[in-house]
Design a protein around this ligand. Structure first.
Ligand SMILES: Nc1ncnc2c1ncn2[C@@H]1O[C@H](COP(=O)(O)OP(=O)(O)OP(=O)(O)O)[C@@H](O)[C@H]1O
Ligand SMILES: [Mg+2]
Length: 322
């Protein structure tokens, strides 16, 4: 199946700064794809090259098979972008801004008005249609950016930190809206600093660090690489951490913390039944039993820690410990 985005050896230099250092990436059609990375990793640069706002220094970038420079119009018309920074005509009523945008992309006047009303309703600010942009609240501005991205009914929706600074309610509204769009076939490329957001929404994430792709995998796969923490609360805790014969090849650490026995182990779930039996045999009474997986956030932090590349990758391969 062909890709929505196909990138090969993409490079961007801003003077001395190498913002993208040979990035290759395929974003499958119809996927919900996350682009994660610390501040300055190159995410916005990557996106700006796709939409023609930044000129690449090297490599190739295609959107649905159209080269972003040679077939600029074709590529650009497939994309709806909600950018990180607000770049809006602030003095016009927001509905007019949307109509202009639609007109720019070749949508006839009457249809443009209908589309504008439709997307304003979709993002829940239809009652503000005659208000100018700078009179909207911060959260409404974010909603408006999404409406503007949707006005052309894009096949690829690019969201550059769409939920930065928005309240919990709006964040959930936006999640629902973009999930629906994705289910309807729209390919989504999302950047975010809320790792939970990526974990929840994305089929696949690419981790970008200092202009290089460190990893491409599903959130599940990434989380599976870290160890799990098993916390067993005991009614009759021992003086020191007991020796366990169960799952010795999986267990990385056993600690006693108050009444809790905290066991760090790979694939902790598989260990659980045996562990309960062993503790029972040893005469411990279990009050509570809890398994928590390594979060995507922990994996992300381990991968993008300020080390050199090799240490960074091995840190993740062995579960985030250095
Ligand atoms: N127009 C520009 N001129 C010079 N340097 C730039 C320009 N735009 C970005 N950079 C630099 O390129 C690097 C990547 O920036 P970019 O905005 O792509 O990062 P980002 O991953 O989007 O970060 P953030 O999470 O903070 O939004 C940074 O070092 C940044 O300072
Ligand atoms: Mg950015």
């Amino acid at each position: 199946m062909s890709s929505a985005i196909r990138i090969r050896n993409l490079e961007k230099e801003y003077g001395e700064v190498r913002a993208l250092d040979g990035v290759s990436l395929d974003v499958p059609r119809g996927s919900f794809f996350g682009l994660l990375g610390p501040n300055g990793a190159g995410k916005t640069t990557f996106i700006n090259i796709l939409v023609g706002l930044v000129r690449k220094s090297g490599g190739t970038a295609e959107v649905f098979g159209a080269d972003v420079e040679d077939d600029y119009r074709e590529a650009r018309n497939r994309i709806g972008l909600a950018p990180q920074e607000f770049n809006v005509d602030r003095f016009f009523p927001v509905r007019e801004v949307l109509e202009h945008k639609a007109g720019y992309h070749g949508i006839p006047k009457e249809e443009a008005r209908e589309r504008a009303d439709e997307v304003l309703k979709q993002v829940g600010i239809y009652d503000k249609r005659d208000t100018r942009f700078d009179w909207l609240s911060g959260g409404m501005k974010r909603r408006f950016m999404l409406a503007r991205a949707l006005i052309t009914d894009p096949d690829l929706l690019i969201l550059d930190e769409p939920t930065a600074g928005v309240d919990v309610q709006l964040r959930h509204d936006l999640w629902e809206l973009i999930t629906d769009l994705n289910e309807g076939g729209t390919t989504i490329l999302l950047t975010t600093h809320y790792i939970e957001e990526a974990e929840r929404l994305c089929d696949e994430v690419a981790i970008l660090d200092s202009g290089e792709i460190v990893e491409v995998a599903s959130p599940e796969e990434l989380m599976g690489r870290g160890p799990d923490n098993i916390t067993v609360t005991l009614r009759n805790p021992p003086e020191s951490a007991p020796h366990l014969s169960t799952g010795r090849d999986r267990i990385e650490d056993v600690e006693l913390s108050g009444d809790d026995l905290v066991i760090t182990a790979r694939e902790g779930g598989l260990l659980a039944p045996e562990l309960v039996r062993e503790l029972d045999r040893k005469g411990f009474e279990i009050v509570n039993f809890d398994i928590s997986r390594t979060s995507l956030e922990e994996v992300f932090v381990a991968m993008t820690r300020e080390d050199d590349g090799e240490e960074r990758v091995s840190a993740v391969a062995n579960g985030g410990r250095t």
